[in-house]
Design a protein around this ligand. Structure first.
Ligand code: CMP
Length: 142
């Protein structure tokens, strides 16, 4: 059991978003995040639809498509789906798996709990959300 915990902690800490977490915070994630495997081509979010989950990419690559245009590619250590959950708004982009992917997924309640209880997670996710929405707003104006 201890070994399983240690392995989980070091696996989670290898993800930059979670690198600085305390053991107790990581143990909370263990009970909160679900691992998912998805096939290439799967639509992980759809622009304009309601959002019910947030994902961290462990393996694989996804494209972010907004208004039919690719705005970003996301790989291991990055995350997506924060915007709809943080703001209670529809998805701002399609996120499509370009390769088979391994994800750590949090539902709405779990995500809210992580935001409330893990300040370093909340700060990074909020900052990424601000930058992403700013960069995409810039694209739309040009
Ligand atoms: P959400 O709007 O919930 O669902 C689509 C997701 O795509 C969004 O959250 C972000 O996680 C991601 N996304 C949207 N725009 C960008 C961008 N410009 N760069 C990176 N990721 C983005």
């Amino acid at each position: 059991m201890k070994r399983r915990h240690d392995e989980y902690r070091s696996r989670i800490r290898s993800i930059p978003l979670f690198a600085d977490l305390a053991d107790a915070e990581i143990d909370m994630l263990d009970a909160t995040l679900t691992e998912a495997h998805v096939e290439a081509g799967k639509a992980l979010t759809l622009q304009g639809h309601a959002g019910r989950d947030f994902s961290v990419i462990v393996e694989g690559l996804a494209t972010v498509i907004r208004d039919g245009v690719e705005v970003e590619r996301l790989g291991p250590g990055t995350f997506f789906g924060e915007h709809a959950l943080l703001r209670g708004l529809p998805r701002t982009a399609d996120v499509i798996a370009l390769t088979p992917m391994r994800l750590l997924v949090a539902g709405l309640g779990e995500f809210d709990r992580m935001i409330r209880e893990i300040p370093s997670f909340a700060d990074q996710v909020r900052e990424a959300d601000r930058q992403r929405q700013r960069s995409t707003a810039g694209l739309v104006q040009h």
